[in-house]
Design a protein around this ligand. Structure first.
Ligand code: NAG
Ligand code: NAG
Ligand code: NAG
Ligand code: NAG
Ligand code: NAG
Ligand code: NAG
Length: 580
C-alpha cells in the first residue's frame, strides 16, 4: 500500500518538478529548541504505542497576498470595503506550494505513516495524522515526555525541542504537539456570590452590581428591535470543558429578558467535546458568554462552540488522542472548513494566555488562521485579559496576552461603574510578537507621544497595541448553578461588545449589505464621539501604576465602549429601528 502511494507520488513529481535535494541519509536540523514553560515539569515517559494527533502546518508562500487583500477589504476608505473573499479564494492564498505537499507526503510515507488516514485542511496547509509516540519521535528526531503542570496536575505529552530533515525546513512551518504547552485560561477574574468575591481589587469590590438592562441602557440598545434575519448568527466559544448550562440560561432569560425565555441555543461540539448539563458542572465562563452575549444580541440566533482540549489525564499510559491542550488551531480549522452560510458573522472568545507561553511560530500560525476567518467576512473578538498591564517577567516587563495581541482579532478590554472608567484588571499593552499594524498607527503613536519615556523598557513600543475597544466588565449579574451571581473580568466585556457587532452585522444584512468582517480598520477610522471614549482609570500591574486611560486610544480601554445607535448611523443605517 505504501508502495502504491509512492508510485502515485512519482507520477505527480513529473508534473510539479521536485527540487533537486538530497534526501537519503536525511540530515536533521533543529526546528525548535524550546524549553517547557514555567510551571511544567518532565514527569514520565509516554508509552511508545500511545497515539497522538500530529498536526503539521506547511509554509504558505502567498500568505502576504492574503494579508494585503484583507487590509484592502476591511478598510472603509477602500472601494472594495467588505468585498469578503470566498472560501475558495482564501484557500488558494493560504495554500502551500505543491512541492511542499509532495515532499512532506513522501517523507511521511517513507517513514511508515498510513497515508490513507491523513486528514487535510481545505487549503491543504495543515496535515493531521494519528501516529504513535514512537513514530512521532522518529519523524521529528526527538523524545516525547509526559509533562505535568505543578499547580493543576494536568499532564500532557510534549517534545519542546524537535528536528526535521533540513530539506523540509523551507516547507514545514510548525509541527504540534511539540513546543506549545497551552496555558489557556478563561478571563474571569471574580465571581461575587452574595458577599464573597475572590481576587479582585478594592475599587472594583466596592462597585455595585450591574444588570443586563442597565448595560442595554448604557450602550443604547434598549428599545432597539432588530429585524429578524434567519441567516444572522452570533457565536460564543467555549474551551476547557466549559459547559453552557441551558437551565441556567432559561432562568437568566426569565429574570432579565422574559420574551427570550423559550429561545434555543445551538450547541456545536468540536474535537470530542461533551455537553454536560449536570448543573454542578456548569462553567461560569460559558454561562457568562451565552447569557450576556445572548441577552444583548436577542433575537439573533446564538451558537455555542465547545472545543475539547486540556491535559487532565492522570494516567500517563492512557491515550492522549484528544488531549491536546491546543484548542485554537483545532477550533479555527473546524470553522474554516465550513461553507459561508454555515458560519456565524460574529464570534466572541473569552480565553487567552501570556504571549510568553506561546511559541512565536505557533502564535503567528494561529494569528494567520484568524486572518483567514477575517478575510471570509467574520468579525472575531477576544477578551484582552485580566491582569492589567501585568504578567511580570524578570526583569520588570509587561507581558501581553495572546490571542488578543494578534492584529487580526479585535481585543476587548474592561470598564466598570457608570459613568464608565477603566477596570483596573483590564488587560492591555503591546505585543512582542506582532508589529503595530498600519490601521492603528495614528492612534497608538498619539498615545506613545503622551506617554513619553514612562515605562521605557517595560514594553515593546513597536508592537501591536491592545485592546482595541472595551465594555463593562465588573459585577455583571448572570445565573450560575441556579443562583444570581455577579461576574467580573474581560470575559464579561467581550461577549457584550461582540453582541453589539452582531446587531450591526444583522442590521447591515437586513439592509441588503454585507457584514463588517474584520473590524479593526473600520473601528480605528470612526470619527471621534461615535464610541464612548474612556478617559479615566488605569491598569496597574508589575509593581507599576500601569497605563492610563486617556483621550483617544489607550492600552487599557482601547478606543472606548460601544453606543449602538451612533454606530448604526455611522454605517448609514440611521438607527431607524430605535423607537419607543
Ligand atoms: C506506564 O508506562 C510505563 C512505561 O511504559 C510503566 O513503567 C508504568 O508502570 C506505567 N504506569 C501505569 C500507571 O500503568
Ligand atoms: C449585588 O450587590 C449587593 C450590594 O453590594 C449585594 O448585597 C448582592 O449580594 C449582590 N448580588 C449579587 C448577585 O452578587
Ligand atoms: C414559553 O413556552 C411556554 C410553554 O410552551 C409557554 O407557556 C410560554 O408562553 C412561552 N413563553 C414565551 C415568552 O414565549
Ligand atoms: C454532577 O457532577 C458532580 C461533579 O462533577 C458529580 O459529583 C455528580 O455525581 C454529577 N451528578 C450526576 C447526576 O451525574
Ligand atoms: C518588539 O516587537 C518586534 C515586532 O513588533 C519584534 O520584532 C521584536 O523582537 C520585539 N522585541 C522584543 C524585545 O521582544
Ligand atoms: C497617569 O495619570 C497620573 C495622574 O494624572 C499621572 O500621575 C501618571 O504619571 C500617569 N501615568 C502614565 C503612565 O501616564
Amino acid at each position: 500500500m505504501v508502495f502504491a502511494l509512492l508510485t502515485t507520488l512519482v507520477g505527480f513529481a513529473c508534473a510539479v518538478h521536485l527540487p533537486n535535494v538530497v534526501r537519503p541519509g536525511t540530515y536533521f536540523a533543529i526546528k525548535s529548541s524550546a524549553k517547557a514553560p514555567q510551571g511544567w515539569v518532565k514527569y514520565s515517559t509516554p508509552s511508545p504505542h500511545q497515539v497522538i494527533t500530529l498536526r503539521i502546518a506547511l509554509q504558505q508562500p502567498n500568505f502576504h497576498k492574503l494579508e494585503e487583500e484583507l487590509l484592502e477589504i476591511s478598510n472603509p476608505a477602500n472601494p472594495r470595503w467588505t468585498e469578503h473573499l470566498t472560501k475558495e479564494q482564501v484557500e488558494k492564498l493560504a495554500a502551500p506550494h505543491p512541492t511542499s505537499l509532495l515532499l512532506v507526503d513522501e517523507y511521511l510515507a517513507s517513514n511508515g505513516v498510513d497515508m490513507s488516514s491523513v486528514q487535510r485542511s481545505p487549503a491543504k496547509d495543515w496535515l493531521i495524522i494519528d501516529v504513535t509516540v514512537a513514530q512521532a519521535e522518529r519523524l521529528l528526531n526527538t523524545e516525547y515526555a509526559v509533562f505535568k503542570h505543578v499547580q493543576s496536575g494536568s499532564e500532557i505529552v510534549r517534545a519542546p525541542s524537535y528536528s526535521l530533515p533540513l530539506y523540509l525546513h523551507d516547507h514545514v512551518d510548525i509541527v504540534q504537539p511539540t513546543d506549545y504547552f497551552g496555558s489557556v485560561h478563561a478571563m474571569v477574574s471574580g465571581v461575587r456570590v452574595e458577599k464573597h468575591t475572590s481576587r479582585i481589587s478594592d475599587a472594583v469590590l466596592a462597585s455595585p452590581n450591574i444588570s443586563l438592562s442597565q448595560i442595554k441602557d448604557l450602550y443604547g440598545v434598549t428599545g432597539y428591535f432588530p429585524p429578524m434575519i434567519p441567516t444572522s448568527k452570533y457565536a460564543l466559544t467555549g474551551y476547557l470543558e466549559q459547559y453552557a448550562n441551558l437551565a441556567d440560561l432559561k432562568q437568566f432569560y426569565a429574570l432579565y429578558l422574559p420574551p427570550a425565555v423559550n429561545r434555543t441555543l445551538k450547541v456545536e461540539l468540536i474535537n470530542g467535546a461533551i455537553n454536560s448539563q449536570n448543573a454542578s458542572e456548569a462553567g461560569v465562563e460559558a454561562n457568562i458568554d451565552v447569557q450576556l452575549g445572548g441577552g444583548i444580541s436577542y433575537p439573533i440566533q446564538n451558537i455555542f462552540y465547545s472545543t475539547y482540549g486540556r491535559g487532565q489525564n492522570t494516567n500517563p499510559n492512557i491515550s492522549y488522542h484528544d488531549n491536546g491542550n491546543e484548542p485554537y488551531d483545532v477550533f479555527l480549522l473546524t470553522l474554516l472548513k465550513k461553507k459561508n452560510h454555515e458560519l456565524p458573522q460574529t464570534i466572541s472568545t473569552s480565553y487567552g494566555e501570556h504571549e510568553t507561553e506561546v511559541p512565536f511560530s505557533y502564535a503567528r500560525r494561529v494569528c494567520s488562521l484568524y486572518a483567514q476567518l477575517g478575510s471570509r467576512g467574520i468579525s472575531v473578538l477576544h477578551s484582552s485579559g485580566d491582569g492589567g498591564s501585568d504578567g511580570c517577567t524578570n526583569p520588570n516587563v509587561f507581558v501581553p496576552i495572546f490571542p488578543a495581541s494578534c492584529p487580526y482579532v479585535t481585543a476587548v478590554g474592561g470598564t466598570f461603574r457608570i459613568p464608565e472608567i477603566a477596570a483596573p484588571f483590564s488587560g492591555g499593552g503591546f505585543s512582542n510578537y506582532f508589529q503595530r499594524p498600519s490601521y492603528q498607527s495614528l492612534a497608538v503613536l498619539s498615545y506613545l507621544r503622551k506617554l513619553g519615556k514612562t515605562y521605557h523598557g517595560f514594553f515593546n513600543a513597536s508592537g501591536r497595541g491592545f485592546p482595541d475597544v472595551s465594555a463593562q466588565s465588573a459585577h455583571v449579574e448572570i445565573v450560575w448553578i441556579r443562583r444570581v451571581v455577579a461576574a467580573s473580568g474581560t470575559s464579561v466585556s467581550s461577549p457584550i461588545f461582540g453582541a453589539i457587532i452582531a446587531l450591526l452585522n444583522n442590521a447591515l444584512m437586513a439592509d441588503g449589505r454585507r457584514p463588517l468582517g474584520f473590524l479593526n480598520p473600520w473601528l480605528y477610522s470612526l470619527e471621534d464621539g461615535i464610541l464612548n471614549d474612556i478617559t479615566a482609570g488605569s491598569n496597574p500591574g508589575c509593581g507599576s501604576n500601569g497605563f492610563n486611560a486617556t483621550v483617544g486610544w489607550d492600552p487599557v480601554t482601547g478606543l472606548g465602549t460601544p453606543y449602538l445607535c451612533r454606530l448604526l448611523e455611522a454605517l448609514g443605517l440611521e438607527g431607524n429601528r430605535l423607537s419607543a
